[in-house]
Structure formats: structure tokens, C-alpha cells
Ligand binder design. Structure first.
Ligand SMILES: NC(=O)c1ccc[n+]([C@@H]2O[C@H](COP(=O)([O-])OP(=O)(O)OC[C@H]3O[C@@H](n4cnc5c(N)ncnc54)[C@H](OP(=O)(O)O)[C@@H]3O)[C@@H](O)[C@H]2O)c1
Length: 214
């Protein structure tokens, strides 16, 4: 794996994962709708954890070997429509969670495809979509001195892609990748994020998950 590109990489989640991957020795490209914001985020990420980090447009990130999608769910369909050609048959990792903050309660939007990850697979039919990292919160990822402990549940219909993303997750010190099965299981992984956000809110923490017995 030569490099990882982030679509919508200028937000906390994209930057947080980028900090960890760059720190682990992978080359990272931060994508944005604005080349200037992409470049600024790259400077920030390199300043936190070091490594080889560049920034540019989402189209520049789409040229990487492996793509990680970290746009908000609301911008997902429009963003990927313009990138299908550039992404082609590559592995696309979805960290997207379709959260609903309406009415002061945090839940998950009931999406037509079952999950954001499955929606990405419909939007990018030629690529191998893998759901992962949805349960890792950005705050701790961005603090490189903090050991992020926890499991990353990895789901895909492409077994080879699934194995590669487990390896990617385990480049982050303290993280174990767990095979969660087919892409459709991402629905439940995305739901766990809503659970974690609620736990975080009432306990004033930034929680992660660990599965025992596996
Ligand atoms: N934050 C967390 O702790 C966390 C944890 C797990 C999963 N996630 C998931 O990871 C994704 C990113 O989270 P985040 O908190 O980093 O999000 P964010 O800051 O709201 O958005 C990330 C980036 O996406 C771009 N963007 C925003 N609206 C867009 C739109 N309508 N169309 C295209 N691009 C748009 C922006 O980049 P430019 O303006 O530079 O283009 C923005 O910096 C979300 O799907 C979230 O559910 C987040």
C-alpha cells in the first residue's frame, strides 16, 4: 500500500485518521472541495504526527491507492458522483455514519440502502467498499500522545479488501481489526456509533468498543 487518500479529509475524523496513518509511515493525501483547505489540513496533520502528508482537491485524494471517505452523510452522494471515474476499481473505506441529531436525540438515519457503506457501494459499483473506523472518535485520534485502544469492525463483500483494511487498521498502535462479515453488517456498526455518542454525552467521555471472545 503506497498511499491513502481522504475524501472530505479536512474535518476532525479525516485529519485524525490521517495523523495516525502518517505517523505509522503511510503516505497520506488530504482531499477537500478546496485545494487551499486541503493543503492547510495537510500541514496541520504533518505538524501533529509527522510523516508524508500532502493536501489538495478530493480528486487528488481519489488518485491514491486506497480511498477513505470521511464526508458527512449529507454530502455523500453528490461528492462521490464526481469521483466515480477517478476511483475506478480501488478499495474504498467508509467511515461515514448517517447520524441524526434531530430533537436533541442522537440516532441513525434509516437510509434506503441499509447503511452509508452500502450506499457508497451502489454509488461506486466498480470499487470494493469496506466499512471501517466508524466507531473511532476523532478527538483521541488527533492527540497522537493518546493511545487509542479499541476494536475496528471491518465489513466487506470482498474478502481480500477486508483483509487489507484489517491490516490498515492495525497500523494504528492499540487498535485491533475484527472481521465483521459482509458489507450489510455495516448497518449495525454505524448504529454502534450512535450508541457511543450517547454514552459519551451522558458520561462526558470519548468511548471506544472492544469485543471480547474473538
Ligand atoms: N467526528 C468523529 O468523531 C467521527 C467518528 C466516527 C465517524 N465519523 C464520520 O466521519 C465523517 C467525517 O466526520 P467529521 O466530524 O470529520 O465531519 P465534518 O467535519 O462535518 O466534515 C468533514 C469534511 O467534509 C467536507 N464536507 C462538509 N460538508 C460537505 C458536503 N455537503 N459535501 C462535500 N463535502 C463536505 C468538509 O471538507 P471541505 O470543506 O474541506 O471540502 C469537511 O471538513 C462523517 O461521516 C462522520 O459520521 C466521525
Amino acid at each position: 500500500l503506497a498511499d491513502v487518500g481522504f475524501i472530505g479529509g479536512t474535518g476532525p475524523e479525516g485529519k485524525g485518521l490521517a495523523v495516525r496513518f502518517a505517523h505509522a509511515g503511510l503516505s497520506v493525501i488530504i482531499g477537500s472541495r478546496s485545494a487551499e483547505r486541503g493543503a492547510e489540513a495537510a500541514t496541520e496533520v504533518a505538524g501533529i504526527g509527522g510523516g508524508n502528508v500532502t493536501g489538495g482537491m478530493n480528486l487528488d485524494a481519489a488518485a491514491a491507492d486506497m480511498i477513505v471517505v470521511t464526508v458527512p452523510y449529507s454530502g455523500l452522494a453528490d461528492t462521490l458522483a464526481d469521483l466515480e471515474e477517478a476511483i475506478g476499481e480501488k478499495i474504498v473505506v467508509s467511515a461515514v455514519v448517517p447520524l441524526n441529531f434531530g430533537g436533541g436525540r442522537i440516532g441513525v438515519i434509516d437510509t434506503a440502502d441499509g447503511s452509508a457503506a452500502q450506499e457508497i457501494q451502489r454509488l461506486l459499483p466498480r470499487s470494493s467498499v469496506v466499512g471501517a473506523f466508524q466507531n473511532l472518535a476523532a478527538g483521541h485520534l488527533l492527540d497522537v500522545a493518546h493511545l487509542v485502544e479499541g476494536d475496528v469492525i471491518v465489513c466487506s463483500d470482498d474478502k481480500e479488501a477486508l483483509a487489507k483494511v484489517i491490516e490498515l487498521a492495525q497500523r494504528i498502535e492499540g487498535i485491533r481489526g475484527v472481521n465483521g462479515g459482509p458489507l450489510a453488517v455495516s448497518r449495525f456498526v454505524e448504529g454502534v456509533t450512535a450508541l457511543l455518542v450517547n454514552i459519551n454525552r451522558v458520561n462526558k467521555v470519548e468511548a471506544a468498543i472492544k469485543v471480547v471472545g474473538v
